[in-house]
Design a binder for this molecule. Structure first.
Ligand SMILES: O=C[C@H](O)[C@H](O)[C@H](O)COP(=O)(O)O
Length: 233
């Protein structure tokens, strides 16, 4: 599939940032999977790194491939984190959390010296919001929290927002690695992502949201033949 090649080439370009001795945050999702696989090949060839995973899914993948993992509590510094995204805009602002891993992803990205985002061209947008914005909420009081989140969206210039609780095909609510639920917020277009991020963080019951502002320093967009690298300060 062309899309898979684009993801793989983005991951391949991200390998350029890997150095011997680094502690590396491993992202979650179908694009980050390529990076973990490429890293595993280098580890098998003698590269020495220590890694920290952003989800149980990535922990299982990395363990199965022999990538060395250390508990977050033992990490003093994360040199590099490589992760995917659901949307990336021209300022390097992101929507993440389509795979429900946003909480650990944000903790690790924020703790990293350098976050590299890898994506295929379908993730590039002029303005964030077409992809429903994931918001992680505590199970306690989630119906009230959903109403508060709706109010914040409506007050943030979002036209007719829709807030949906994410559920599985059997109807059960999705439970994240942290034991929380996910609200998918259909925004269409987010006029000011930074302002919305700050407002959502203030809602009681919101554990984290999928707006990653000022965290990605490098964005790599893969294509059929290679990748384009964008740097942000
Ligand atoms: O929660 C999941 C993560 O934020 C992923 O990085 C994001 O959903 C992108 O995943 P994919 O590379 O599979 O499109």
């Amino acid at each position: 599939m062309a899309n898979e090649k684009e993801k793989e080439n983005a991951a391949l370009a991200a390998m350029e940032f890997v150095e011997d001795g680094m502690t590396i945050g491993l992202g979650t999702g179908s694009t980050a999977k390529f990076f973990v696989e490429l890293l595993a090949e280098e580890v098998a060839d003698g590269l020495v790194v220590r890694c920290i995973e952003t989800s149980e899914q990535t922990r299982r993948l990395a363990s199965s491939l022999g990538v060395p993992l250390i508990p977050f509590e033992q990490v003093e510094r994360i040199h590099l984190t490589v992760d995917g995204a659901d949307e990336v805009d021209e300022q390097g602002q992101l929507i993440k959390g389509g795979g429900a891993a946003l909480l650990r992803e944000k903790i690790i990205a924020n703790a990293s010296d350098h976050m590299v985002v890898i994506a295929d061209p379908s993730k590039q947008v002029e303005r964030l919001g077409k992809f429903p914005l994931p918001v992680e909420v505590t199970p306690f009081g989630y119906t009230i929290t959903a109403k508060l989140v709706y109010d914040v969206l409506a007050a943030s210039g979002i036209d007719r927002p829709r807030v949906e609780l994410r559920s599985l095909s059997n109807g059960e609510l999705v439970v994240t690695d942290g034991g929380n639920h996910i609200l998918d917020c259909h925004c269409g277009r987010i006029p000011d992502a930074e302002a919305l991020a700050a407002r959502l963080s203030n809602v009681p019951g919101v554990v984290e949201h999928g707006l990653f502002i000022g965290l990605a320093r490098t964005v790599i967009i893969g294509n059929e033949n290679g990748a384009t690298v964008f740097e942000f300060s």
